[in-house]
Design a protein around this ligand. Structure first.
Ligand code: SAH
Length: 334
């Protein structure tokens, strides 16, 4: 049964579904079945654009580990590692940091079996202690270093719409074999992501209890967004209710809400733009170092991929970076 048929059966039995139910179903199927990443897929993420991204984040994580007092043992975690490219670059960039790899065990939070296999393939031989988790609940209770790039945007959101008689949850029904919005009115839309906030609150508590630092990087906003639900297919926007499970379905991340959820138990920094964060971490210097070893064709690719990460008309401004740490640390980049 296709996702559309499953949703049609559910709507026929129980009535219109929430945006969160729709997203959970579509996103789970999408990552289980599709090949999302790169030129051949639906979208390209920062670690797939340039190795510099993971190298700078590796340096950031190693610096946090040292500021924590080089705790051993320590948990190095990534949420939603995709193809495993970011973790591979982090490990390569930190291999000379004395004691770091030996102190850390690696924990990848990933619910797609297909992507787990891909991550295993990418990371073979990169680290002796690798394990996979369905969620953050069973991470070891040790100091935590955590990275999440384009993870929170995939979590289910709820949408509420302002009607003449008050706020109502937006729902999706069926009409003549197609998914349709259930409401008859148009009005202001607000989004919430309780699952994202719960994950953030729980990680902040972990960091408060055991020490640690985490970085969240994603496209998102700090205030006032409205309807941000979007679908991407082959690098083009796609109607959000068409082809569920076949297109990448996401919402922009509400960084103010995430920071608030974390700030109840840990320190928060930012969000700042990805451009500001990467430039404070030295992306220009690292790019120049790579250019020195490159031939002419490579030079062009290096310059254009750094540009994509930081330019205002590419990822530089839309993408934001939020850090959460235990007290007494000074995270770079903010
Ligand atoms: N971080 C990677 C991939 C981002 S795509 C990169 O930057 O390239 C989103 C990733 O999150 C995928 O690996 C997807 O399978 C995973 N994911 C999405 N929702 C999830 C959930 N609820 N639990 C665990 N993993 C999830």
């Amino acid at each position: 049964m296709s996702v559309l048929q499953q949703l049609a059966a559910q709507i026929a039995a129980q009535g219109p579904i929430t945006v969160a139910e729709y997203m959970r179903h579509a996103v789970t199927h999408y990552y289980a079945k599709q090949e999302p990443f790169g030129a051949e897929g639906d979208f390209t993420t920062a670690p797939e654009i340039s190795q510099v991204f993971g190298e700078l984040i590796g340096a950031w994580l190693a610096d946090m580990w040292q500021q924590l007092g080089s705790p051993t043992p320590c948990v190095l975690t990534e949420l939603g590692p995709g193809r495993g490219t970011l973790m591979k670059d982090i490990l390569r960039a930190t291999r000379h940091v004395k004691g770091f790899h030996a102190a850390c065990s690696l924990h990848l939070v990933e619910n797609s079996e297909r992507l787990r296999a891909l991550q295993q393939h990418t990371l073979i031989g990169a680290h002796p202690h690798l394990s996979w988790h369905d969620s953050i609940v069973d991470l070891p209770t040790q100091p935590l270093l955590l990275m999440a790039n384009e993870f929170f945007d995939a979590l289910p959101i709820h949408q509420h719409i302002r009607t003449p008689t008050g706020w109502a949850e937006r729902r999706i029904g069926m009409h003549e074999g197609k998914l349709v919005w259930n409401e008859s009115v148009e009005g202001e839309i607000r989004e919430t992501c309780p699952e994202g906030e719960a994950i953030m609150a729980s990680l902040a508590q972990h960091i408060h209890a055991h020490g640690g630092a985490m970085l969240v990087i994603d496209y998102g906003y700090v205030e006032g967004a409205g309807d941000t639900l979007q679908a991407l297919r082959k690098h083009q926007y796609h109607p959000v209710l068409e082809d569920p499970g076949e297109a990448d379905l996401t919402a922009h991340v509400n960084f103010a809400a995430l920071a608030q959820a974390a700030s109840r138990s840990a320190q928060t920094y930012g969000p700042v733009t990805q451009a500001a964060f990467l430039s404070r971490l030295g992306i220009e210097l690292r790019t120049e170092a790579l250019l020195k070893q490159a031939n002419d064709a490579q030079k062009q690719a290096i310059v254009s991929s750094t540009r994509r990460l930081v330019a205002a008309d590419a990822m530089g401004t839309l993408f934001k970076v939020l850090a959460v740490t235990s007290s007494g640390l000074t995270p770079a980049g903010f």
